[in-house]
Design a protein around this ligand. Structure first.
Ligand code: MLT
Length: 215
């Protein structure tokens, strides 16, 4: 099967890649890369997780030493809270524009590291933007968390047992925070560090298959 990839980056607010759905009807995926990544990074992961989905993959606009990110941080794990809010809103606006442009249903975010953290911030601040999320190595993006209504969101958090960047209690706090706002949250700790492994792929794929079965 040939899938055309459009690099329709000139008029929407984020440089991005978009791949149309080979078989429409499956929830699109919003792919959010980690620090130093770009809009190309997670396309293969997205296609592996949901072969029939449209893929929307923006590039973070914040540069840290030349490395793209989705929001500013003051130090490792210490986030500029005002920038997190501003950038999460900006990204949610982009998702709305892209949905109108490409005719998409609300997407499921698949975010890694910094991309997972901005996805978590979007869930907390703009819950209407996402149908759910796979958060790979996520931590709490906003503290205190705003109260929101995440009644329709399903969230999978995949944490690494040996992750040197995300403390286990921080990932658990994020799971509690999203649950308190009404999301159906599953958190799984895989035998890994901060990087992704085959366990992540297997867990995320199984969760994605179950999500499709529930719709
Ligand atoms: C972040 O800055 O969002 C997290 O520390 C993860 C990272 O990007 O290193």
């Amino acid at each position: 099967m040939t899938i055309s990839t459009l690099n329709a980056n000139s008029t929407l607010a984020f440089t991005h890649r978009f791949e149309p759905a080979p078989h429409p009807g499956v929830a699109p995926l919003l792919l959010l890369h980690g620090t130093g990544g770009d809009e190309n990074d997670l396309l293969p992961l997205g296609r592996a997780l949901s072969p029939d989905a449209a893929l929307l993959s923006p590039r973070g606009k914040v540069l840290e030493g030349g490395m793209p990110r989705f929001f500013r941080r003051l130090a490792e794990g210490v986030f500029d809270q005002e920038d997190v809010k501003r950038r999460a809103n900006e990204l949610a606006d982009f998702v709305a524009e892209a949905r109108a442009r490409y005719g998409l249903a609300p997407p499921v975010a698949v975010g890694f590291s910094n991309g997972a953290n901005i996805a978590a911030a979007m869930l907390l601040l703009r819950p209407e933007a996402l149908a759910g999320a796979v958060l790979l190595r996520a931590m709490v993006p906003l503290d205190p968390a705003p109260a929101g209504d995440l009644a329709v969101a399903r969230v999978l958090i995949l944490s690494g047992a040996m992750d040197p960047i995300v403390p286990a209690d921080n990932a658990a706090a994020l799971a509690r925070m999203l649950s308190a706002n009404g999301a159906a949250v599953e958190q799984v700790t895989v035998p890994a560090g901060h990087g992704l492994t085959q366990s992540d792929l297997a867990q995320a794929r199984a969760w994605m298959n179950a999500l499709r079965g529930n719709r």
